[in-house]
Design a binder for this molecule. Structure first.
Ligand code: NAD
Length: 341
């Protein structure tokens, strides 16, 4: 299987490494608007063909599937031509920067009849997968409440920022801040485990002065550093979700505690192979060892091969989460008014 990597920045290196580890998969091309970055990346990963645009790569055409690792605001515009050309696409998260674009991508993928996946990467956490299975089996009864958070600290450390990642702090460069970057993961994390859609949300943001004037060259650092949300699920369950880049002491932690009428579960991404559970008949907290599950890259490849294997979240799921993100963003602009999703 021949893979094209679109966008060859920070995260693309991880994609390249994961694809290279899958037997029968070959990285045949790379696309980037930054020629130097593209050349370095191609050399490092042994990629023989490079292109300055998706259109150029499509004109060449000798690939089966693409991994879209461009910044958020380019996901839609770079994915649509790939789909129109009949290529399978795994797109980074968030699927788009608004639900209208996300649904355009869903429709285009359906029309093309190709495999489509959104890289909600924490689906690869064994304990999260096990928690989702237990909830579906009824092990905790009806979901009533949850607390979820995604904690990072890098916004507190301007001395460590690389110029390439400044777009992540700036709304003019397509960033939706901690909400878009981390919220997308933790909303999926919590609601996938709960197995329930979100009915309404209220959200508040904080933006801090991280450098003098909160400006770095051409970048105004106005994207939210923290977002807190209250969500109601379709069955009336209530939950809180926090996403922040200013949680000192936390590199990259996702946490979920979910409570049902018969039991409760606790998932910690930093201890990804064990799940803490409070289940009947014991009625006390215990730990459950969780079997490893494949990451989205392998799930995507398996789906293209038509194998009977675990599926990656698809564009429809990406769009469903995007609807929650859009409502949360609107709510934050109205100081936390509760809005239907
Ligand atoms: N799933 C995860 O856990 C995870 C982790 C990190 C980043 N990401 C996502 O990956 C994406 C990329 O993030 P990053 O940190 O690698 O960003 P980055 O800025 O380091 O890299 C993006 C690359 O895309 C290139 N690019 C921009 N426009 C392009 C276009 N039209 N066509 C081709 N290339 C283009 C840029 O020149 C850059 O080299 C983002 O959507 C981000 O949210 C996901």
């Amino acid at each position: 299987m021949r893979i094209l990597i679109v966008g060859t920045g920070g995260m693309a290196g991880y994609h390249a490494g994961r694809y290279k580890s899958i037997p029968g998969v070959e990285l045949v091309g790379g696309v980037d608007v930054r020629a130097e970055q593209l050349a370095t990346f191609a050399e490092k990963h042994g990629i023989p063909n490079t292109f300055a645009s998706v259109e150029e790569a499509i004109a060449w055409g000798q690939f089966d599937a693409a991994s879209n690792v461009t910044p958020d605001r380019f996901h839609c515009s770079t994915t649509l031509p790939l789909l129109a050309a009949g290529k399978h696409v795994l797109c980074e998260k968030p699927l788009a920067t608004n639900a209208a674009d996300a649904f355009k991508m869903v429709e285009a993928a359906a029309q093309a009849g190709v495999v489509n996946a959104v890289n909600l990467s924490y689906r690869g956490i064994a304990s999260m997968h096990k928690a989702a299975e237990l909830v579906r089996e009824g092990a905790i009864g009806e979901v009533r409440f949850f607390e979820a958070s995604y904690l990072q600290a890098w916004a507190n450390h301007p001395e460590r920022w690389s110029p390439a990642e400044l777009w992540r702090l700036s709304t003019a460069h397509g960033s939706k801040g901690a909400l878009g970057d981390l919220g997308v993961h933790i909303i999926d994390f919590a609601t996938h485990v709960a197995a329930l859609p979100v009915s309404d949300v209220s959200c508040r943001f904080a933006v801090h002065n991280k450098v003098p004037g909160n400006k770095h060259g051409e970048y105004v650092l106005d994207a939210n550093d923290s977002a807190t949300m209250q969500l109601k699920l379709a069955n009336g369950a209530l939950g809180t979700i926090s996403a922040t880049r200013v949680a000192t002491g936390h590199g990259n932690d996702l946490r979920l505690k979910i409570y049902g009428t018969k039991g409760a579960l606790e998932v910690l991404s930093i201890e990804d192979k064990v799940l803490r559970a409070h289940l009947e008949p014991d009625g006390k907290w215990q730990t459950i060892e969780c079997p490893l599950v494949p990451e989205n890259y392998l799930r995507f490849v398996s789906a293209i091969r038509g194998e009977d294997a675990l599926r990656a979240p698809d564009f429809a799921r990406g769009a469903e989460v995007q609807k929650v993100l859009d409502a949360a963003e609107k709510s934050a602009a109205e100081e936390g008014r509760t809005l239907s999703v």
